[in-house]
Design a protein around this ligand. Sequence first.
Ligand code: G3I
Length: 372
Amino acid sequence: MNKKIALFCVSLLLGTATTQAQKPTLKETLGKDFLVGAAVNVDIVNGRDEGSADIVRKHFNSIVAENCMKGEEIHPEEHRYNWTDADKTVQWGEENGQVVIGHCLVWHSQPPKWMFTDKQGKPVTRAVLIDRMYHHITDVVTRYKGRIKGWDVVNEAFNDDGTYRKTPYYKIIGEDYFELAFKFAHEADPDAELYYNDYSLSNPAKRDAVCRLVRRLKEKGCRIDAVGMQSHHGYDYPSPEEYEKSIKAFVAAGVKVQMTEFDINMLPRPENFHGAEVGQNFQYDTKYNPYTKGLTKKANKIFEQQYLNFFKVIERNKKDILRVTLWGVTDATSWLNDWPIHGRTNYPLLFDRDYKEKPVVQKIIKMFEENR
Ligand code: G3I
């Protein structure tokens, strides 16, 4: 009998054995304070990735569709919707005890391409775009009324310097597109929570811009429940102090906070790369892909420390946090394997390519449980 088995038998006799099945889960622990979520892709909800599905069932109590509810996917033509995968996601969530979150109604990236131009390919008028945005939001939110807890109504509408991103929504409608979008969503499902969602919100200029937006929406009588801090972090950014300042600033503006797309990019960055601007991409170079065989001991230590640094901030502010969602389930299917450089091997999430829980999961749980 080898040493490992002998030790295990002894621990069984002593009653100290803990197997994977007995370890506390994220939803049993952090789930006492806020919703613990994961972004799910169409393979998971269609039964093609049961390994990830099992992790979601075991550790999470909330899901969000990574892509299938975005404009270009769900509403490909003005008078045609593609509900298939969105319906499947909501159904899968309900069948597996998950609170379902909607992502996202108004976004400049992956929008319904037809939304902004007329038959001659010219930009539509303000009235036409308002009408089209109204029908998109109303049709999508109404379909899932009472089944989706809350919506990312507007996503990524500010530049890093706090100015408005000059999206077609902004250029054609003007800055009141925000309040129109929030009002249309609220009319369609008065009980749904409504959120503004963005990345790099530790950035003071962006933080201040979002606080101004929250205050303006509330002055206009709009429902806004929370700011979604996407939390696409790097191995060396942002500072936990700035992250916490933003949490407190949004709460002071009168809303709750949620970490909506949490992951930690462990790979080196090209020179002027930042945030989560999906439009960015760079040429592959092996210097940007150093861990094809796994993280080094040093890199893994940094990974764990980064997760613990940010979850310490989350734990300290848990009474003001509605939800923490990881942007994916295992490292294997993270968007960060192919962005901003295609074909890399990244390690941004809490479960590895063998569907195994990483040691940092129990360290996060321990931190939360010790502070109860
Ligand atoms: O579905 C098509 C497939 O049919 C086609 O063969 C394939 C190759 O072209 O593309 C597939 O679509 C891709 C889609 O992901 C589904 O895999 C799109 O090209 C690709 O651009 C899309 O990337 C998503 C990205 O948003 C852009 O929508 C990522 O998976 C997703 O993780 C990422 O998530 C965003 C949040 O929604 C908003 N915040 C930033 C975050 C990261 O960019």
